[in-house]
Design a protein. Structure first.
Length: 206
């Protein structure tokens, strides 16, 4: 159990490190540049690597939660999040100004699903009274609120209203979603051994 969680944390931490190195090497404005566009930089290969590590970490934590007897819906949602991370990394978006391709479409909708399912998993997990349940709930709600803001530029442009990148801090809002969701995933990992210990300590009724 603990081995799964530690391995999951190691994967998430390594993925975070790769993401930070990519941001440092690219030197782009993180407030207005979305993470997907970092793939076009010299160190862009770090993006799919980071996302794959996040996915691997999520799979390990999902398995740890399953073994601890967690809600199957939470386990399934974490698994979906991980699969979506793989798709986001495997199918890059298009360069700015290029019509939407199949790859970019898969990338966009997989990212949306991932951004949606992690807060739902967090809210379900928080309802079970885990340790740090209030923080999990807060992070999940912040992620959902930021997700709504992430969608706004796409809706505005679909309506034919011009919106320049510098007019909307899309990058900052997207990073808020990513950071809060990684926080939910990390706390979900902490919940797995806690649940297992609590179950083991529960008295057995004859």
């Amino acid at each position: 159990m603990r081995g799964l969680v530690v391995s999951g944390f190691t994967a998430i931490g390594t993925g975070t490190g790769a993401m930070l190195v990519l941001h440092t090497e690219a030197g782009l404005d993180p407030a207005h540049t979305v993470i997907s566009e970092y793939a076009f930089q010299a160190a862009g290969w770090l993006l799919p690597l980071s996302l794959t590590l996040f996915a691997f970490g999520a799979a390990l934590i999902a398995e740890a939660l399953r073994r601890s007897g967690a809600d199957r819906r939470v386990v399934a949602l974490l698994a979906v999040w991980g699969m979506c991370m793989v798709l986001v990394g495997a199918f890059p978006t298009d360069p700015p100004g290029v019509p939407l391709s199949v790859s970019a479409g898969i990338h966009r909708y997989a990212a949306f699903v991932a951004f949606l399912v992690m807060p739902l998993a967090g809210l379900l997990l928080a309802r079970t009274g885990i340790r740090h349940a209030r923080l999990v709930r807060v992070l999940s709600l912040v992620a959902l609120g930021a997700l709504v803001l992430v969608v706004i530029p796409y809706v505005v442009r679909m309506l034919g209203i011009p919106l320049a990148d510098e007019d909307f801090p899309a990058g900052l809002i997207q990073r808020t979603v990513v950071v809060t969701e990684l926080g939910v995933l990390w706390l979900a990992g902490l919940a797995a051994p806690w649940r297992a210990e609590r179950s083991a300590a529960a008295p057995v009724l004859a």
